[in-house]
Design a binder for this molecule. Structure first.
Ligand code: OSB
Ligand code: MG
Length: 393
């Protein structure tokens, strides 16, 4: 399957509302999209880097440029796959070896490379008439839906939470930072509508706390948080060890499973997760395909979490319907025991070129069509395009 052309777009999708986290506020979703062509067959890939390099060092526009000038020209020179049936069905972990040289020269571009990996996989799966869910060997047809809430006042968070539990969500991941934490959680826990829904409340700080904040973080767990995602900045490994230890002790006294300290920004690879797990600095991982360089590494991280008894959650990046389809298939693997960022793209995007995930009775339907996702509506894609390039071999 030789590639005949590649395209990359920089698109801007309007957001339903701005999304605020301790690393910054996103007001419109600029996103880089890749298409690979082999004759009549197309493969699409999303680069989930955010509009600005806040969460990680990559940005959508920076990735667009890198893809157009360096990565896609290099990819056009590679064979797509020796085996058009994509390796052994159901293992999902066969390495895309042809990409490994590029990964070594560009360790700083996991999100751009994840887009290429997704497009290559989509192309191969579409050619073989197989779904991503089948390729990964997933076991579930539906997964519990989960949704994130940006930083806001306690009243603002509660108002949004009420409408989200009415939509069927039973897991809310609430952004916190110093000054926007205990009061927000207390307001949620004392709201009748939210409490009666039985929704669990996870907290995500994007690394906004330090070693002096451990008492506060433990108190958030005492007040009912069901997970702490990246509470400490990635450099505070010793403090993370102490936090994990204190939460383990708290759970042992209560005879319960510990509330997990979930690493997000701190884990860029399976190697990072092993290092932190060996030190006792995490008890769960938010597995984001983009952050770790693609679905193959995400699958390996899932397998590691199962092997080590770590909590695993499928992490989102405000993706379009394309990235959200990939996330839903991944999240259907059996080791994802913590509800992830599994909301339709429409929770964030006011317009999208891709069909969206289906949310039914608080669950997301795992897509089973050929490829990673259905193809986009080209008129909508063109209408949101800021820049586009075609690359020929
Ligand atoms: O920290 O989990 C995060 C979005 C972009 C970058 C980082 C994060 C997030 C989210 C949104 O929390 C989750 C989602 O896409 O639903
Ligand atoms: Mg996070």
């Amino acid at each position: 399957m030789d590639l005949t052309a590649a395209d990359v777009w920089l698109c801007e999708f309007p957001l339903v509302e701005p999304f605020a986290a301790s690393h910054g506020t996103t007001s419109a979703r600029t996103v880089a999209i890749v298409r690979l062509r082999s004759g009549d067959v197309e493969g699409w890939g999303e680069c989930s880097a955010l509009p600005a390099a806040t969460y990680t060092a990559e940005s959508a526009a920076g990735c667009f440029e890198l893809l157009a000038t360096e990565l896609l020209p290099a990819v056009l020179a590679l064979p797509t796959a020796a085996d058009p049936a994509c390796g052994t069905p159901g293992t999902g972990s066969e390495p895309d070896d042809e990409l490994s040289a590029l990964r070594r020269t560009r360790p700083d571009a996991p999100m751009a490379l994840a887009a290429i990996e997704m497009a290559r996989l989509d192309l191969r799966l579409r050619g073989a008439g197989r779904s991503l869910a089948d390729h990964l060997g997933v076991t579930r047809a539906r997964v519990p839906a989960g949704v994130s809430l940006g930083l806001d006042t306690p009243d603002g968070v509660v108002a949004r939470a009420r409408s989200l539990v009415a939509d069927g969500y039973r897991r809310l991941k609430v952004k916190i930072q110093p000054g926007h934490d205990a009061a927000v959680l207390d307001a949620l826990r004392s709201d009748d509508t939210v409490e009666r829904s039985g929704a669990e409340i996870q907290l995500d700080a994007n690394g906004a706390y330090g070693p002096d904040d451990l008492d506060l973080l433990v108190d958030l767990v005492r007040s009912g948080a069901s997970a702490l995602e990246q509470p400490l900045a990635t450099s505070h490994v010793d403090a993370a060890v102490e936090l994990v230890t204190r939460l383990d002790e708290l759970a042992a006294r209560a005879g319960r499973r510990p509330v997990p300290v979930v690493a997000d920004e701190a884990v860029a690879s399976v190697g990072d997760a092993i290092t932190l797990a060996d030190r006792g600095a995490l008890s769960g991982v938010s597995i984001k395909p983009a952050r770790v360089g693609g679905l193959t590494e995400a699958r390996r991280l899932h397998d590691l979490c199962v092997e080590r008894g770590l909590a695993a959650t499928a992490g989102g990046m405000l993706e379009t319907g394309l990235g959200r389809h990939a996330l839903a298939a991944l999240a259907a693997l059996p080791g994802f025991d913590l509800t992830g960022d599994l909301s339709p793209a429409g929770r964030w995007l006011a317009a999208d070129a891709w069909p969206d995930l289906q949310l039914i009775d608080g669950e997301i339907v795992v897509p089973t069509g050929a490829g990673v996702a259905p193809p986009p509506d080209r008129r909508l894609l063109d209408a949101t395009t800021i820049d586009g390039r075609e690359i020929r071999p």
